[in-house]
Design a binder for this molecule. Structure first.
Ligand code: SF4
Ligand code: SF4
Length: 671
């Protein structure tokens, strides 16, 4: 231990494998103070802005909220709450694109600020010594603090370790090109940062506190050395600039010489690391009762007219920050969240600033075609091995890429994909311009997703098995209980005591009551209320009614035969009478017509002077009368014949058996 501190005091450090020296480009913002920006018209707050799970919603659409009010809450250690960055109204709760390499949409709270920026009630702590470690951890937890260096690990979990801590390492390396947010924060707010470090010291009680910072921040180094001069426990460790010194494992190795094995937490080696911005947030939360609602963001890139560091409220759309820094609309082509090495392109400028956002980069066309840009001219891997030479995690980037392309998750795990810190050094040096980190990010997401599904399936299986066992146990317990009760009852009955006799008598009485009730129900008149006995009576009545209906139907069928016969006879007689009558009427009509005709034809007397023509006319009239008489007679005869035929048919019909009477037309008789 002594040798570590002695080495540090002498300015000697260890080193890590690989690493690169990209152009720093920090000059764009390093000499400009942190500027406050006005509140945007809308704030978009993803429910989850850290590694872990989102907490439970505490507000609804339409609710008025105050600045600093908790919007989500949970007791789960991996659930970090979020807070209202200003006062206003919850205007929506819906999915929106969040800050993620995949351009994912996740549940977000939308706040429309009211412009008053009105705080909830706050309790300022004037004496830190009065707070216990648990009080401090509670304040850190309820303030929603998670690592602000990029990973976003819940701070409450890191500081709740039960391990004995040798080194508390404060990460102020800020090794990524362009980013100067921590540099400026140190220069402007070192007393608050020191308060935060002291709070962590109080909770973790480390043997040494090491602040790691790269030698490209001379002003910040000076400020830190001055601020911590009176605290012998704290060592400001000025490290040579090399990317990625700020990686957790790399910084631990540089300062302590210890390598953190894959899958092992630094705390198990007695080391806890916190980012310098997180220390500032801890002090603000514990002392000023200010939750994590804002952070310093470097807004840089040569496409901006006024690149600078700004205090940004969480939830501020990236586009709003760019406007504040003089970003012409026509150039809204390529926006990167994070630095050029570890950042990712945004699908829209409406993505909000979150707890881990340390930089927004708006590069010019010239910068886009710089060595930082990846993926535009990807060609086949030439197996040059440069990627593995620079990999600080000592991985095999080219093999990882092949396995990621093949979706060989097993092989990716064997190659320790999850040790990759996504530093981008491999992609930076790749002559084939393969966007290696993109492949790793996608593969990691797929594996995480699959792992989640596997965990869910396993939980479901365990729940099912547990339920099955519980039901079996309950059944056995129930049966044993019943058996024990029966045996106890039997024993009691056989004991011959007064209580047993009374009990037997009570049982006998109960049985008698049941029998009596049954008998009574049997004899009761069926009522509307349906009982089993009533149902039996009702069924027998229905059967009797059906039998009666059947008998009636049979009798009706037998009667029908007789009735049909009678009906035919009667019908024949009446029809015959009608026919006779019709024949008589026809004959009478014919006679009347003849009479009428005779009356119309005058009797012609032959007189002296009648001409031959007159005589001839008289002869024609007589002839016509004769013809009419004849026609009348024929008509009468036809009518009589028809009547006779009809009578014959009716007689035949009457002679036919009744069973053969159908609606079918009469068949011709066989001879
Ligand atoms: S640097 Fe690029 S080309 Fe070279 S081995 Fe790695 S992936 Fe292949
Ligand atoms: S991105 Fe991953 S694989 Fe590539 S150099 Fe960095 S740690 Fe190694």
């Amino acid at each position: 231990m002594g040798s570590v501190i002695e080495r540090i005091k002498r300015g000697h450090f260890w080193t890590f494998h690989g690493g690169i020296h990209p152009p720093e480009q920090k000059f764009l913002t390093t000499d400009k103070p942190i500027r406050a920006v006005s509140i945007p018209e809308q704030l978009i707050l993803p429910l989850q802005q850290h590694i872990g799970i989102s907490a439970d919603l505490q507000v609804n659409v339409g609710d008025k909220v105050l600045k600093g009010q908790a919007l989500t809450k949970s007791t789960h250690p991996m659930a970090v709450p979020i807070h209202a960055p200003t006062s206003g109204t919850i205007s929506a709760i819906k999915n929106a694109v969040i800050a993620h390499p995949s351009g994912l949409s996740e549940l977000c709270l939308f706040i429309t600020p009211d412009g008053e920026d009105k705080w909830r009630e706050r309790k300022i702590c004037t004496d830190l010594a009065k707070l216990t470690d648990n009080d401090l951890i509670d304040k850190i937890s309820s303030a929603g603090i998670s690592g602000m260096g990029g990973a976003g690990f819940p701070t409450q979990v890191k500081v709740s370790t039960h391990e004995k801590i040798k080194f508390l390492i404060i990460n102020a390396a800020e090794c990524e090109p362009y980013i100067t947010a921590d540099d400026l924060l140190i220069r402007e707010h070192s007393p608050s940062i020191l308060d935060g470090i002291n709070i962590l010291d109080s909770i973790l009680s480390p043997e040494h506190i090491l602040i790691g910072i790269e030698d490209n921040k001379p002003e910040a180094i000076k400020v830190l050395q001055q601020t911590t001069a009176n605290n012998e426990k704290i060592q400001v460790c000025v490290l040579p600039t090399k990317y990625p010194t700020g990686g957790e494992k790399q910084l631990i190795q540089l300062l302590t010489g210890q390598e953190v094995p894959a899958g092992v937490l630094p705390s198990s080696l007695g080391i806890v690391m916190q980012n310098i911005a997180t220390c500032f947030a801890i002090a603000d939360a514990v002392i000023n009762d200010i939750p994590l609602i804002k952070r310093v963001v470097t807004v840089s890139g040569q496409a901006l007219q006024k690149p600078q560091n700004v205090w940004s409220l969480l939830g501020t759309p990236v586009g709003y920050l760019l406007e504040q820094c003089g970003y012409p609309n026509k150039d809204k082509k390529h926006i990167i969240m994070g630095g050029p090495m570890m950042g990712y392109s945004l699908p829209t400028d409406q993505v909000p600033v979150v707890k881990t956002t340390n930089c927004i980069l708006a590069p010019s066309e010239k910068e886009i075609s710089s060595p930082y840009s990846t993926g535009t001219g990807e060609v086949e891997c030439i197996r040059c091995g440069q990627c593995s030479d620079v990999c600080p995690a000592q991985l095999l980037p080219q093999e990882l890429q092949w396995s990621a392309k093949a979706k060989d998750h097993q092989q990716l795990n064997k190659l320790n994909l999850f040790d990759c810190i996504e530093c981008g050094a491999c992609a930076y040096v790749c002559p084939s311009q393969i966007p290696l980190v993109n492949y790793y990010r996608i593969a990691k997401s797929e594996i995480r997703q699959q792992t989640q599904l596997d965990i869910k399936a396993e939980h479901a299986r365990v729940r099912f098995e547990a339920r099955k066992e519980r039901l079996a146990r309950d059944k056995i317990a129930r049966e044993e209980k019943q058996k024990a009760a029966a045996e106890a009852r039997k024993a009691r009955m056989n004991s011959g005591t007064t209580e047993a006799k009374n009990e037997m008598s009570a049982v006998a009485q109960a049985l008698a009551r049941v029998k009596a009730k049954k008998a009574q129900t049997n004899t009761q008149t069926p009522s509307n209320e349906e009982t089993p006995l009533a149902n039996v009576g009702q069924r027998s009545q229905v059967a009797a009614a059906i039998a009666r209906a059947k008998a009636k139907k049979l009798a009706a069928q037998q009667n029908m035969t007789v009735e049909k016969t009678t009906l035919v006879d009667e019908s024949s007689n009446s029809e015959q009478a009608v026919v006779d009558k019709k024949a008589k009427i026809a004959a009478a009509v014919a006679k009347a017509k003849a009479r009428k005709l005779a009356e119309k034809t005058p009797v012609k007397q032959v007189n002296v002077g009648d001409t031959a023509t007159d005589l001839k006319v008289e002869q024609v009239s007589n002839t016509e009368k004769t013809v009419v008489d004849k026609k009348t007679k024929i008509a009468a005869a036809v009518a009589k014949a028809k009547a006779r035929k009809l009578v014959d048919q009716q007689a035949k019909l009457a002679a036919t058996p009744s069973d053969e009477i159908t609606n079918e037309p009469p068949k011709s008789e066989s001879t």
